[in-house]
Design a protein around this ligand. Structure first.
Ligand code: AMP
Ligand code: MG
Length: 409
């Protein structure tokens, strides 16, 4: 049996980043930057005012305070957007200035309007302030030549805004792969249908498409596939033509109607592993023509765990993400758990945080068919291969899928 880490490495090695394209920054949300971005200039580009007020020389008002007011002549007004270089603020003078307007030559300090009084073309300042107060110097934020966003970063509002400010739009970025989701099983009917005796509603394609989206991929459904080799071959071929990665659920066990393995074998190559994990032991890696293929077992919890361990890292590699796996935290287990040795168990847990740190509580029964174990689930605690018992109060490593919605409890 392979370890989860070995299996994940093989999966990740079998896929390659997609071709990047130049994308206007406003449309780049959720895309992944393909190259390091270097600042072509500093930011701010020019010294400017942080307040609406008066630009002046700090030395001129050094004597203000304790009832002494200093009076300066208002010689100009500088609005945001004005070049600001046509005015000079000499000693004894001040310029009315707006937030974001360039600091005029000669001035070194801004006094906010609230701390002044203007009368008959003169401004009264009641208190001294240190030189440079309320001035945002050029380069305060970014220095020309520094790397502002690294390749492999998923672009969110903050990154997008900085890229816009630096004039680096369009940016080279990668989208997520089109991922065909194929579910197999004669027992399946659509979620909206009423199952006949022996049938069940398909939940895996709903979950897998959501997981694909959550990982930054674009799901492509393939419809329901009967448990015959011909139907599976046909569906896989179609899936491979319309996608960049094919993921299937079901039909990879040793049942008589498990046709995914022979079908993939016919269309490309296949590598079947037993991975030392629970749930989700059988995993199929292969290719249909040039399209990589990952087959997960059909149990509803197994597809979640298998997706998290193998498919999500593969999708992230295709997107060019610099980090492929979920962050982990250390949490204190609130209940004892047991298992047989031999496989790594992924125990679904709820997380809570207080001043003592993180606590993890198993979500209830952990069978691979227990879909309710995924409700209010924040991630999985790793229950190591050789371990058989973890007492309440033990520390566990939790792969975090999402954070709790509140810090209470
Ligand atoms: P299999 O891997 O095909 O042997 O399926 C394992 C178990 O998962 C069986 O109980 C199936 O009925 C169930 N199953 C397979 N596919 C789905 C699906 N799309 N939605 C919900 N349950 C499924
Ligand atoms: Mg099946």
């Amino acid at each position: 049996m392979l370890s989860v880490d070995e299996a994940r490495q093989r999966v990740v090695d079998s896929v390659q980043p997609l071709e990047p394209a130049d994308v206007v920054v406003g449309d780049a949300q959720g895309l992944v930057l393909a190259l390091d971005l270097v600042a072509p200039h500093s930011l701010p580009r020019f010294d400017n005012s942080a307040m609406d007020g008066y630009a002046l020389q700090a030395v001129d008002i050094a004597g203000a305070g304790d009832g002494t007011q200093i009076e300066l002549e208002v010689v100009a007004e500088v609005k945001a957007g004005a070049p600001g270089d046509d005015v000079t603020v000499a000693s004894g003078a001040a310029a009315r200035i707006m937030t974001g307007a360039p600091l005029p030559p000669g001035a070194d300090t801004v006094v906010p309007v609230e701390e002044t009084e203007e009368r008959d073309g003169r401004v009264l300042v009641a208190a001294a302030v240190p030189k440079g107060r309320h001035v945002r110097p050029a380069g305060d934020d970014v220095t020309a030549g520094e790397v502002i966003v690294r390749a492999g970063t998923e672009l969110g509002p903050g990154e997008m805004a900085l890229i816009a400010s630096m004039g680096l739009s369009p940016v080279p970025a990668r989208r997520g792969p089109k991922v065909a989701v194929m579910v197999t099983g004669d027992e399946l009917v659509a979620p909206e249908a009423t199952p006949a005796p022996g049938q069940i509603r398909d939940s895996n394609s709903v979950a897998l498409r959501a997981l694909v989206r959550e990982s930054g991929g674009e799901p492509v459904p393939t419809g329901y596939v009967e448990d015959t080799e011909a139907a599976v071959v046909e569906a896989l071929q179609r899936a491979a033509e319309t996608s960049e990665l094919v993921v299937s659920s079901g039909g990879v066990s040793v049942g008589r109607y498990d046709f995914v393995k022979p079908a993939v074998e016919k269309l490309g190559y296949i590598d079947l592993w037993r991975v030392a994990m629970q749930p989700g032991k059988p995993v199929v890696l292969g290719a249909i023509g040039d399209t990589p293929f990952l087959g997960l077992p059909g149990n509803p919890v197994s597809i979640h765990i298998g997706f998290e361990q193998f498919v999500r890292p593969a999708i992230r590699k295709m997107r060019g993400c610099s980090s492929l796996i979920r962050p982990t935290i250390t949490a204190v287990l609130t209940e004892a758990i047991t298992k047989p040795p031999g496989r790594l168990h992924f125990v679904r847990v709820r997380l809570a945080h207080n001043s003592a740190g993180w606590r993890a509580t198993p979500t209830g029964p952990q069978g691979s068919h227990i879909q309710s174990s995924l409700i209010h689930c924040h991630g999985v605690a790793r229950f190591a291969i050789e371990e058989t018992e973890l007492a309440a109060g033990s520390e566990v490593t939790v792969e975090v899928w999402r954070l709790p919605e509140s810090s209470e409890g």
